[in-house]
Design a protein around this ligand. Structure first.
Ligand code: GDP
Length: 343
């Protein structure tokens, strides 16, 4: 034990689970807060930390239970991952998204100001804030032009975190996280959906998969490495905001091709728009495009410049696109074969 206490909201999600393990390894007393009944226990099980995190009920819609959680955990560090984190869902549920992702952070910061003013605060901010700012690498000074209710809600939380730092003198930081993936990613996100489908198709359990915008360009890193950067952000003498990214950009189409190749399925692309298809070496259609997965507005390209994180935090994304896709497919196949997954 190092005597430190951390409170992680949304601790059964991908980042919360990885960070829980990291902090337990460092000797922290870890308090995990989530809504009652949230699924995601499987992540703690696969990471081998089930039962080692002290669980607290928490809903960012309710101020009194935030105060209760702070009083029970008495945290030195708070990491906020609790969110409505699906961009597509946010178009159908903009108000709930704002209540949780935006006003929820106001509730949390205000409760901290009253009940835990000395605690250090990390907000999981997002590359989605940049929206339509063109194709250049984004850094900490790039303007924000959010393009979804999700991104708009996260923009409020981002600036509120900055404001509590500047106006209230609190130690509050944003990590502006570019897409970060792993075998623990939720099944609705592109990378996990694709790597699961590739593994299931090679095993004959699934025929094909339907996706949305193949042309989106993203900067995909490995979540396990990103949580280490988040911890480093809260260890600095002064609070600040940091971009976390790999600096490499690839299309959704490329991710699908790379993941399917890793599963032994060479794809060629035929047609265009909604008619585009990924066809395997036997001529079978394995990937289709469906309107269902298109967003009313999608961000065309996101690529990050994490040189500040490298300079100040000594952090750099090591696992890049090809290795990430191959590792996720391999994990999927191992899971299906009942083998232990490297996490
Ligand atoms: P996000 O960037 O946090 O929203 O992560 P996602 O993994 O959900 O989406 C990454 C990119 O993949 C976005 O540009 C999506 O439009 C694109 N995409 C294309 N097809 C799909 C799909 O079937 N599901 C998801 N989730 N995203 C898709």
């Amino acid at each position: 034990m190092n005597g430190k206490r951390a409170l992680i909201t949304g601790y059964r999600g991908q980042d919360g689970a990885y960070l829980s393990r990291l902090l337990l390894e460092k000797g922290y007393q870890v308090y995990g807060a989530d809504r009652a009944g949230d699924s995601g226990q499987w992540r703690l099980r696969e990471l081998g930390i089930e039962g080692r995190v002290q669980e607290l009920p928490l809903d960012l819609l309710e101020t009194s239970n935030i105060i209760d959680a702070l009083e029970k955990a008495r945290p030195d560090e708070i990491y906020n991952f609790a969110a409505q984190s699906f961009v597509l869902v946010s178009f159908a549920q903009p108000v709930l998204t704002a209540e949780v992702n935006a006003v929820g952070v106001a509730r949390l910061l205000e409760a901290m100001r009253k009940a835990a003013p000395e605690a250090r605060f990390f907000q999981a901010s997002t590359a989605e804030l940049f929206g339509s700012t063109g194709s250049a690498q984004k850094n900490e000074t790039t303007d924000f032009h959010p393009k979804s209710p999700y991104a708009v809600s996260k923009l409020y939380a981002h600036w509120l975190t900055v404001n509590y730092r500047q106006a209230q003198g609190m130690y509050a930081c944003n990590g502006i996280l570019f897409n970060h993936e792993s075998p623990l990613r939720g099944e609705e996100f592109l990378t996990r959906k694709i790597t699961m489908a590739a593994a299931r198709i090679t095993k004959g359990l699934q025929e094909k998969v339907a996706v949305g915008n193949l042309d989106a360009l993203r900067d995909w890193g490995y979540a396990k490495e990103y949580v280490d950067a988040m911890w480093r952000i809260l260890q600095q003498p002064e609070p600040d905001d940091y971009i976390l990214a790999t600096g490499e950009v690839h299309s959704v189409r490329e991710f699908i091709g790379t993941a399917f190749a890793a599963a032994g399925l060479g794809l060629r692309w035929e047609g265009s728009g909604l008619q585009e298809k990924g066809v395997d070496q036997d001529g079978k259609v394995r990937v289709e495009v469906s309107k269902e997965f298109y967003r009313p507005a999608d961000v065309k390209e996101l690529i990050g410049d994490a040189s500040k994180a490298e300079r100040v935090l000594g952090w750099k994304a090591r696992t890049k696109f090809g290795d990430l896709a191959a590792m996720m497919v391999d994990s999927e196949i191992r899971r299906m074969e009942g083998k232990k997954v490297e996490l």
